[in-house]
Design a protein around this ligand. Structure first.
Ligand code: 5GP
Ligand code: ZN
Length: 177
């Protein structure tokens, strides 16, 4: 009798763990932003990192200093990002914008852009928040003009300046945990 109960409990455990696994969407097999988050790709372009999010240079900037803030753990788009991480993404984007203002880029404004889903223009399916520096009368931004993929060695010096400015910014106003 006791043996039958143990077998039954074991069966329930197996079925429920398979159920939980089926409910959790697996990250895609290859995701370029997961590779960056893991430090395997473009480490020289990363300007900020904490336990929930990271920020790095967009490879095809709308304007110099175009940064992407992304969750460290894969989520297809902002709708799927856990609330605490979504909040951190916004706060870090503010910090990046303030930091960019400290650099010689001297941004006059910013576009904070979130594209969620193919129909909305999303092309990389790991959630990301664009921070795009803007200037009066420029033709920059995201999607306003054709953008060119830049070599990493052209972007790395800009990344280094923003990273240093983020460090200064965090010393003045640490991102709340
Ligand atoms: P979306 O159109 O999905 O909102 O924006 C995706 C962004 O990711 C684009 O602005 C694109 O330039 C950028 N991107 C695509 N592939 C890479 C990459 O391999 N590295 C970096 N740093 N940015 C990328
Ligand atoms: Zn990913």
């Amino acid at each position: 009798m006791r043996h039958r109960r143990s077998v039954l409990l074991l069966l329930i455990a197996i079925v429920s763990s398979a159920w939980v696994r089926a409910e959790m969407p697996a990250p895609p097999k290859s995701c370029v932003f997961c590779e960056i988050a893991a430090g395997r790709l473009e480490p020289e372009l990363v300007v900020y990192r904490d336990e929930l999010v990271l920020a790095f240079m967009d490879i095809a900037p709308g304007n110099p200093g175009h940064v992407l803030v992304v969750p460290a753990v894969h989520a297809d788009d902002i709708v799927a990002v856990p609330a605490a991480t979504a909040q951190r993404m916004i706060v870090v984007a503010q910090c990046i914008a303030r930091a960019i203002r400290r650099t010689e880029l001297r941004a006059e404004g910013f576009n904070f852009i979130l594209n969620a889903g193919r129909a909305a223009g999303q092309t990389v399916f790991h959630a990301h928040l664009h921070v795009v520096p803007r200037y009066d009368g420029d033709s920059g931004g995201h999607g306003d003009k054709p953008r060119r993929r830049l070599p990493s060695d052209e972007l790395a010096p800009v990344a280094a300046k923003i990273r240093a400015a983020v460090g200064d910014e965090l010393a003045v106003a640490p991102v709340a945990r």
